[in-house]
Write a protein that binds this ligand. Structure first.
Ligand SMILES: [Zn+2]
Length: 228
């Protein structure tokens, strides 16, 4: 999912497609490098945009988890196209340390991934500047990972509930919360606070991306607001 998506309005619709941009010659090249002038996929007329209706780029919901310290990372073993609410059972979560190493509990025990989370959803757990929370983070996370709560066998046993990687991440988050004098979160609270809000925007983006990938564009009705 390395292409960026833009949205413009035409034919009373919002139309999503992969980005096109100005080339040096003043023409357009699409994101695959082909020269073309963009046309509306509905009416086929050549697109010319004024300042007010210029295409907007849609922000990707994905982050490089290795570049975001002290975060909860949400990914899918099948790739970012599978990070969505609908594929909930396939989600895999981890916790980054100060250097972006992703600690995550798998059937091989706790892994410390230095690669593989380049396109994930990363939720910052510590606000910038909260030095007290991070001073012991790496040591505590390593200690937590080494505890006997996370053997490979246990991952298998609990796998049917889909709770193993969650339990690891939530366990560590609760340990940090407890050290800061905050009460522990239940699994439902954890999901509602940390997972669902980001999953909603991610699911929408993934749906649009899949449509554009398959049909070259995706459209929705433009809300009637009187601006032509
Ligand atoms: Zn049109």
């Amino acid at each position: 999912m390395d292409r960026s998506i833009i949205r413009f309005s035409h034919c009373d619709k919002y139309i999503y497609c992969f980005s096109f941009h100005n080339s040096d010659s003043g023409g357009f090249v699409d994101s695959a490098g082909r020269s073309s002038s963009p046309h509306c996929p509905l009416c086929n007329s050549r697109l010319r945009f004024s300042l007010l209706d210029a295409p907007v780029s849609i922000r990707t919901p994905f982050d490089n988890g290795h570049a975001i310290p002290y975060a909860l990372t949400i990914g899918s073993m099948h790739g970012p196209l599978y990070i969505s609410e609908r594929d909930n059972s396939e989600l895999h979560v981890g916790i980054t340390n100060s250097k972006g190493v992703v600690y995550n509990y798998t059937m091989k025990g706790v892994r410390r991934d230095e690669t593989g989370w380049e396109q994930c959803v990363a939720v910052r757990l510590v606000q910038p500047g909260a030095a007290s929370a991070v001073s012991l983070w790496d040591r505590e996370l390593e200690h937590f990972a080494l505890s006997d709560m996370w053997p490979p066998e246990r991952f298998h046993e609990e796998r049917e509930f889909g709770t193993c990687c969650y339990a690891f991440a939530l366990g560590f988050i609760n340990q940090v919360r407890a050290a800061g004098g905050k009460r522990c979160l239940t699994r439902d609270e954890f999901t509602a606070i940390h997972i669902l809000p980001r999953m909603k925007t991610t699911s929408t983006y993934v749906q649009i991306y899949r449509e554009v990938l398959e049909h070259d564009f995706y459209m929705i009705d433009r809300p009637r607001d009187g601006t032509g």
